[in-house]
Design a protein around this ligand. Sequence first.
Ligand SMILES: [Zn+2]
Length: 643
Amino acid sequence: MADPVGTAGRPVVPGSGALRPLGIHEVRLEPGFWADRQRLGGEVIVDHCRAWMTRLAWVGNFRLAAEGRPLSDRRGREFSDSEVYKLLEALCWEAARTGAAPAERGVAELTELVAAAQEPDGYLNTCFGHQGPGVRYSDLEMGHELYCYGHLIQAAVARLRTHGEDELVAVARRAADHVCRQFGPDGRNGICGHPEIETALAELSRATGEERYLEQARLFVERRGRGLLGDHELGQAYFQDDVPVRAARVLRGHAVRALYLASGAVDVAVETGDDELLEAVAEQWRNTVAARTYLTGGMGSRHTGESFGEDFELPPDRAYAETCAGVASVMLAWRLLLATGESHYADAIERTLYNVVAASPAMDGRSFFYANPLQQRVPGYVVDSGAASPHAAAGLRSPWFAVSCCPTNLSRMLASLAGYVATVDEGGLQLQQLAACTVRATLPDGRAVGLRVETGYPWAGAVTVQVEEATGGPWRIALRVPAWADGAVLAYGDLRRRVGPGYAVLERDWRPGDELRLDLPLAPRWTRPDPRVDAVRGCVAAERGPLVYCAESVDQGPAARLDEVAVDASVPPADQGPDGGLGGAMTLRCAARAIPVGDPGKPASSSAGRAADAAVPLTMVPYHLWGNRGPASMRVWLPELPN
Ligand SMILES: [Zn+2]
């Protein structure tokens, strides 16, 4: 194996499953859509996050805790430690990815601060366990102590897999040992209100070989859903303490909590051979994607409780679709993909990456969406760029938030993104995301393989794969064909073959210099919603390849008011051309007409009138780029003209 010491930089390393992931030392993103964003993450976003957390004293809280200062001196919400840990994780990935001294120094500096605040028995939290009212584990519902350990441990796992043992890993081991003592079979029969510790402990067990961490993760998963947490004003579903994980049929409650818990449950199921638990989560995922997920891949329909709604409760304007839920959804789908090898999980990752994760940062990387609605009725308001926004949803990106979980989550995802691109199995290599990259890996049978993937995806549909290294007989190259790709063609030499959704597979005795090419049809298309989604019935949305599009008021002429037009969906939208102000992104055009004025005697009811005859052109831009040109109204779902 190419990775005898476990430092290939894989975000997730299941002990078994259909596919083995390749890490950031095996896959390198090359210039293109994702490498550009990864560079923005490394060069701008991590520094931005650290500067804000230093200014707001969330970093300094660790120093106060180490000095034993009173809790009244502390700043930030009770879970702000977790943001420092997520930044630490991002810096670990960045240090490994780039070898850059500032990232490595950042890891060392933050580790020193964090380590100094750890108590002799391994306990570590700047909000609880110190002088003041914060008694340890006195508020498992909302105190987030175990949640914070989870992010600390994930940072340490990233360090272990990219660097090896160091002080950060030692701190996390002491914290994990403390958790096992406190919450083990003979300890407190408790769970954390915010899941995260489950997947973190399972991964720490994988990374260290220590079984007790996995057993603790399993205990936390099994204890959930049995009413161990106190009453919540929104009901126990808020923190998934309503139904045992293996008995639930759909994700519910707080979306990020539900997705982190499900990720941990998959980890536990895979490591313990618990097929019943694995299938339970897979069913929850299927039901959730079918009825509780936005076209963008966004999850979470309600601002209240930041939660999933009921089936088909998917209002575009009230969508919460938190950026963190997008990150967590990628984490869950990746785990299910590795366990099963089923391509629809990779399809979901693609949809979520392009339309939620990529939507969060502004083009300059200095402000972020927290909520990702699919409709903005009135132009957003300009926030004070010098203050943390108290609002998760403002219609414009904010530099920072009072609860600022999303920018740091985005950072760690971008920094580790190459670890979600490709996999191997006994037969060969699978390209799960169609990103420009180079791959150097070892197949399970020990053969070294190397590929170079060149593509202008998602703007262009051609994906060219060149074999750069191959030895010792036939193996397979599998390229994922997304579910939307109707009419994709795989070409190799004289062979040209239409390929359907799933994997386009070629098995050969590959030689360096061999080249194959996948051509994906990128003609813009209209998508109609499930008719059970009341909020957008009668509407259509434009998509092009993996990208969801939207109409933004700043692009329209005075005749096209976004809340007063309907589109002619009998004609597909057309490519309009690249937009220089949006980094060369392809824009689309379609025809729309003004909707007739309603009957003044009946509230919001239809009149007998016809839509105006005069067509007005509507310009559409990729959803992930909206909000980059000042306050604007926006909509993804557009009413369709009646036939
Ligand atoms: Zn968030």
